[in-house]
Design a binder for this molecule. Structure first.
Ligand code: F6R
Length: 366
């Protein structure tokens, strides 16, 4: 049932283009240039009247939430907070009936997320779920929501659920922004068109698998890894680091690239691999600068760049090229090489990638 793949994780990484097509089916319509989510139609009033969104989640789903915050704030001009469910539920948070809580969970069974929903509900918030497992506890306890429809995720390390969550959050931001009138028609159309093209571009990225398998062999020696990104790619850096930790047991930290000089730069020496997401966007020059600082300290740079970049390819030790896309959708592409990197490093080290030690697929205890 692994469909010819050696592990569920690799199968699920490769399934992503198809999963996102399923996730967007009937929701992203390029013929009519429209994004339709039934929850947004049915609960328009509650969603449009919200003073603020609070996203609650754990782990990888929390990383998707950080991307969701950026796209929702940027397109809908609504303040968004992102909270670890486990912290939110125990810190007496301010919640009112004008808040919309977005709970993100692949399994729909995470104990902390479920308890945070209960607390928010008791305080009158409207609850929107973004889940994968149909009919699980979280979707049953929400007011409305959108399933990500990526199919069962078996590998303990979450991959296709993450890109599915980011896709639903992008659709939600587009649908709400259109209703609120906070997005220009031109911007709306170009994001819708680009979102629709993402599965095709993901196929291109997956062709890098052999190249990433090769370069992974070089880095199995590492005891530590640093992952850097900015803006929409900062949560991708966190997610890349989490994937590596979970399945290869190499210590890894994700950081917003500009924070490097406030501490982590002290770690950099010739043994330290640094994965830098340095795609062609508003932050490019600044991230390029970080790469130069790492090289000046003899760190090893694995750079994720946009196709045709011939500046970084001259400085970095390893370069992975991605197709160009709109900045807010970049995570859907930039996550894939990091999933593959973690996968191949773990395989090279002989680890059990589908069932890493100490981890469970759904965390039903706090
Ligand atoms: C990471 C991973 C975990 C989960 C977290 C939340 O690969 O799988 O960090 O993301 O336990 O789980 P869900 O999304 O089921 O609530």
């Amino acid at each position: 049932e692994k469909g010819g793949y050696p592990h569920f994780m690799l199968k699920e990484i490769f399934e992503q283009p198809e999963c996102l097509t399923n996730c967007m089916r009937g929701r992203v319509n390029v013929d009519t240039d429209n994004v339709v989510l039934s929850a947004v139609i049915d609960y328009k009033k509650q969603l449009l009247n919200a003073n603020r969104f609070i996203i609650i989640a754990c782990g990888t789903s929390w990383h998707a939430g950080l991307i969701g915050k950026q796209i929702l704030e940027s397109l809908c001009r609504i303040p968004v907070e992102v909270e670890y469910a486990s912290e939110f539920r125990y810190r007496n948070p301010v919640i009112t009936s004008k808040d919309v809580v977005i709970a993100i969970s692949q399994s729909g069974e995470t104990a902390d997320t479920l308890a945070a929903i209960k607390l928010a509900k008791e305080n009158g918030a409207f609850i929107y779920g973004i889940c994968n497992a149909i009919g699980s506890s979280i979707p049953r306890s929400t007011d409305t929501g959108s399933y990500i429809h990526v199919g069962p995720e078996i590998g303990v390390a979450s991959t296709k659920a993450f890109t599915g969550q980011v896709t639903v959050l992008s659709m939600l931001a587009l649908a709400l922004a259109k209703e609120k009138g906070t997005i220009s028609n031109e911007a709306y159309l170009s994001i819708v068109k680009e979102l629709h093209a993402i599965p095709q571009k993901m196929e291109e990225v997956l062709k890098l698998n052999d190249r990433i398998a090769d370069l992974s062999r070089i880095f199995t020696y590492a005891r530590n890894f640093l992952y850097l990104g900015r803006g929409y790619n900062y949560p991708v850096a966190l997610e890349g680091a989490l994937k590596l930790k979970e399945i290869s047991y190499i210590h890894a930290e994700g950081y917003p690239a500009a924070e490097m000089k406030h501490g982590p730069i002290a770690l950099i020496d010739s043994d330290m691999p640094v994965v830098v997401i340095a795609t062609h966007n508003a932050m490019y020059e600044k991230v390029l600068n970080n790469i130069q600082e790492i090289k000046a300290r003899k760190g090893k740079v694995i750079a994720i760049v946009t196709e045709g970049d011939n500046t970084i390819s001259r400085i970095a030790d390893e370069v992975i090229e991605l197709p160009d896309t709109i900045e807010c959708l970049e995570p859907l592409l930039s996550t894939i090489p990091l999933q593959l990197l973690a996968y191949h490093i773990a395989v090279c080290k002989g680890k059990n990638v589908d069932q890493p030690r100490n981890l469970a697929k759904s965390v039903t205890v706090e």
